[in-house]
Design a protein around this ligand. Sequence first.
Ligand code: GLC
Ligand code: CA
Length: 547
Amino acid sequence: MKEWIERAVVYQIYPKSFQDTNGDGIGDLRGVISRLDYLKELGVDVVWLNPVYRHSGADGGYDISDYRAIAPELGTMEDFDELLAQAHARGIRIVMDLVVNHTSTEHPWFIESRRDKTNDKRDFYVWRPPYRGGVPNGEQSMFSGSAWKLDEATGEYYLHMFAEKQADLNWKNPRVREAVYEMMRWWLDKGVDGFRMDVINLIAKPDEVTACDGGPHRNGFNGPMQGAYLSEMNERVLKGRDVLTVGETGGVTPSEALVYAPLDGSRLTMIFQFEHMDADAGPKHKWTDKRVSLPKLKQVMARWQTELRGRAWNSLYWNNHDQPRVVSRFGCDADEESRTRSAKMLGACLHMMQGTPYVYQGEELGMTNYPFASIEESLDVEAIGAYRELVIEKGEMTPEQMMAAIRFKGRDNARTPMQWTAGKNAGFTSGTPWMPVNPNCERINAASQVGDPDSVFSFYKRLIALRHELPVVCRGDFTLLMPQDEQVFAYTRQYEGETLLVACNFSGKTAALDDAAKTRGKRLLGNYPDAGDAGALRPWETRVYLL
Ligand code: GLC
Ligand code: CA
């Protein structure tokens, strides 16, 4: 692994919710520029920007209508160039979102493609005739309902694995691949430092998924050509450039990770796996308000640590724009003391593992989920679709059950505006915010945390600095301790005779440590003022020791 990547910590920005500068209620690129010093203070090395391209408003910018233009509400290309220059001047790299499984149906390629069956761009997308007068097969959209949409112009269906406005590109067509590569080179030539690749393991759909055979819903991920496409992309675009690439790959196992992101650099730098995010899923998939089983969460995370060791590189994350706030999900936001302690504990638990940590905006403040009262308050296409399907159409969940699940797991929780101050709209905007600001901004905000040595912010700062300072954090191997324990998540990392011991209490009750996990040696970090009893952790306590 390149040395800078080995030590790097990435900060994810959802620009629309980060900082507004012109009072229209929508965060913008000038807002990101204005907060670069904040990121510098935190100490992060890289920023991943969620999509900033022109889009059609169906899925938070993941429905791109022009890959080479900035969404007007976010700013201009001049703003982007300035952001890039200003970030670089502070030693911060910029990684772009790359959304190439699909485009918006407003993208010029699709507009051409839908015109007629012989159009030059027809094969840029996946078109199929009706099967016995209906949809080509039973493929389901990730956002509920059929993945096929009939287009009147030609009487054929196009495939959309996400919203109707997100038409899947046909990666079998070499012209599509070349067009994507050319666009990627264009951004890299501008100076961007890499890509986070949206649902990249969906591009190589197996033939059955697109067959016009009336077949059932199958799984289109991880198709047989997946590795070949990534090798080709590396060869044509990434090779020889000093970039960080991370593929979003839902449903992958550690052995598939070796295929997508081998350490030899021939494909991607790393991937985002989802097994730990799925550990609390129930019979209705993510839609549950049940808390995760700690032994299960530990088992999944430990497996990724050990199975990728020396063969591929892990990404480490609790949060992103698609996940609820981790302090509400795996920690406790019921009172200030528990919130602060559990936010720090979760940070330490993740950041002391091997891989590249990703901090999602506001995570470093311990921002929480939002108290959504009814489905009318949801803006997210996923939650709205799931509510329609599970509550209204199928009646499999009551409105109360579904709202509890949306409050606990919905994506909108991550998208409420960043909480900068205790003042009006949390200092996010002087206008009307596009999404409600969490009323708890009065207690949870950056202004009160940046200078406070006991804050969650200062704790994250320390975690990031530890990775920069200690080789054992970057390179140490991983051993899980107390695997069956329901409260304690403890592990060691070892590198060249140094051992790091990390012990975390995932509960609000005192927890005993067994002999191997007893704290000893030099105390590097903790979330209580004193070291405490070596054999027991206090509520939500975390300790990091060097033995
Ligand atoms: C990814 C994105 C998500 C988006 C989807 C479709 O999962 O992270 O926000 O809705 O892809 O592009
Ligand atoms: Ca704005």
